[in-house]
Design a protein around this ligand. Structure first.
Ligand code: ADP
Length: 490
């Protein structure tokens, strides 16, 4: 399809124009060559006529000579006999004598003679007796009835043959040009159409779900760029596909554990009846804990989905970063005590002002602290430090827990990646935390020694006047469309 359309367009646009130019050139050339040849024949005849005329003038002035016999001699011995015919005409246009020696009895059709009668000199080019000829007539200098005028006639048959030969030659050259144009153009068109066909086929395969196919980039041109883009697209699609699969497997796995616990305890509780207060309390505790876990997971997933679609909205405010960190640490003190893990919090005296979203920043700290605790052992220590380094607030949360395998470390911040599959977790906590840090103009780094512990470093820019202006602008006015849209999607 593509080929036919491109070829047709080429036919109309370039080939058509070239053809028209060639035809126009051919026509102009044909007329030009004809008029050039004819005018040079005419020039020759005029030169001859001038010469003969001057000869006759000489005879007429020579009193000793017999004018008529001199003229007769000049006509009969005309030096250009082979090329043209010279004739002497009487005052009625009758042929008195010709250089070819033929006697002419009948009257000839001579428009040039008629013209010469009026103007003294006449010219005619056209068909006489079925032959294309050119004729020039000059009136004689002396009004003599017998030799009234001289006339030169030349046949144009040979000249016409030469002209036709030239036209044929030029036509052949034109055809050869067209042939080369067609050959080189079809090579060029094929060099576009063939790779385009391949691109189309590969794109079709990708569309049908085969994300492993790749195009080979043959040339560094627009088609090459297209190949790159399509390969990139295939890569992105396959990454999305992988993300989707990871998502389904991770989420369904993570949902199953709390659901099993809830179902189990609900069954136990309904079997044991209201009398068993201890079991009831324990069961309810588990059910509440697992439901909380489920809803926090759903929250996490919603955040993740907002993050994916770029709808994660921050409500920026000027706040004290240490207050949020302190709150988060406080939230974990009880849990840490239960799990026999020490939390050491080294807090600077001064507060650190930042422009940020209170809840989101706290969520980052909670995620990191939750991980630190989750992967810590009994008697472990979690050290939380906060300090101000130039225009950045730097917070480190270090644990003495499992640590992360070096091979897992580069992927740990990607979505749904779980280094340790024995622990519960959806694998998106770090991805969300990093995204939030980035949105604050900061960053999140993880260092870890496997078996020794993990250190997470968070950097957030300290509030300045300029930062305040740009960051606060990001807040949308209340009831803005984006907020509504978010509700609909959820
Ligand atoms: P999850 O909900 O599974 O914890 P995260 O995105 O928070 O998801 O973490 C991803 C992975 O990073 C975890 O599965 C774990 O293997 C590793 N990880 C994160 N924090 C720590 C830590 N403090 N110590 C050891 N491993 C960690």
């Amino acid at each position: 399809m593509a080929m036919r359309r491109i070829t047709r367009r080429w036919l109309f646009n370039s080939f058509g124009v070239i053809l028209l130019i060639l035809i126009a050139f051919e026509v102009v050339f044909s007329f030009g060559i004809r008029s050039y040849y004819y005018s040079s024949v005419r020039q020759t005849m005029n030169a001859r006529a001038d010469y003969v005329e001057s000869l006759l003038k000489k005879y007429s002035q020579d009193a000793s000579a017999d004018y008529r016999s001199e003229v007769r001699g000049a006509v009969e011995n005309f030096s250009d006999k082979n090329r043209m015919e010279l004739m002497a005409l009487d005052s009625k246009g009758g042929v008195v004598i010709t250089s070819s020696g033929f006697e002419m009895t009948e009257a000839l059709y001579m428009p040039d003679f008629d013209e010469a009668m009026e103007l003294g000199t006449g010219y005619y080019q056209g068909t006489i007796n079925g032959e294309n000829v050119m004729a020039v007539t000059r009136l004689s200098q002396i009004p003599d009835d017998e030799f009234f005028a001289i006339r030169f006639v030349v046949s144009l048959t040979e000249v016409d043959q030469q002209i036709v030969a030239l036209i044929i030659l030029i036509t052949l050259i034109g055809v050869a040009i067209i042939f080369f144009v067609v050959m080189s153009s079809s090579y060029f068109i094929n060099s576009i159409v063939v790779p385009l066909g391949e691109v189309g086929q590969t794109a079709g395969k990708i569309a049908r779900g085969n994300f492993d196919v790749r195009l080979e980039k043959k040339n560094d041109d627009e088609i090459g760029d297209l190949c790159d883009v399509i390969n990139h697209m295939a890569g992105e699609l396959s990454a999305t596909e992988k993300l989707k699969n990871d998502f389904i497997s991770s989420v369904s796995h993570e949902l199953r554990t709390p659901l099993t616990a809830i179902k189990g305890w609900a069954e136990t509780l309904s079997a044991c009846g209201p009398g068993d207060g201890e079991t009831l309390e324990k069961g309810m505790g588990v059910i509440i804990k697992e439901t909380e876990r489920l809803s926090s997971m759903v929250e996490e997933l919603l955040d993740f989905s907002r993050m994916q679609s770029g709808r994660l909205q921050l409500t920026m405010d000027k706040l004290d970063l240490l207050a949020e960190l302190g709150d988060a640490v406080l939230m974990f003190t009880e849990r840490a005590r239960r799990e026999s893990v020490d939390i050491l919090y080294e807090e600077p005296e001064d507060f650190i002002p930042v422009i940020g979203d209170k809840n989101r920043l706290r969520q980052v700290f909670i995620n990191i602290l939750d991980n630190a605790l989750k992967y810590s052992h009994v008697q472990g220590t979690i050290t939380v430090k906060a300090l101000r380094r130039e225009d950045r607030a730097v917070i480190t949360i270090a644990d003495t827990g499992d640590g992360i395998r070096p091979e897992d470390l580069p992927q740990i911040k990607t979505k749904f990646y779980k280094g340790n599959t024995t622990r519960r977790g959806s694998g998106i906590g770090l991805a969300v935390a990093e995204e939030i840090c980035t949105m604050h103009g900061g960053k999140l780094d993880i260092d870890s020694v496997y078996g020794e512990g993990t250190t997470v470093t968070i950097e957030i820019p300290v509030a300045t006047k300029k930062l305040e202006e740009t960051m606060l602008k990001k807040n949308l006015p209340e009831g803005a469309p984006a907020g509504k849209e978010e509700q609909i999607h959820e």
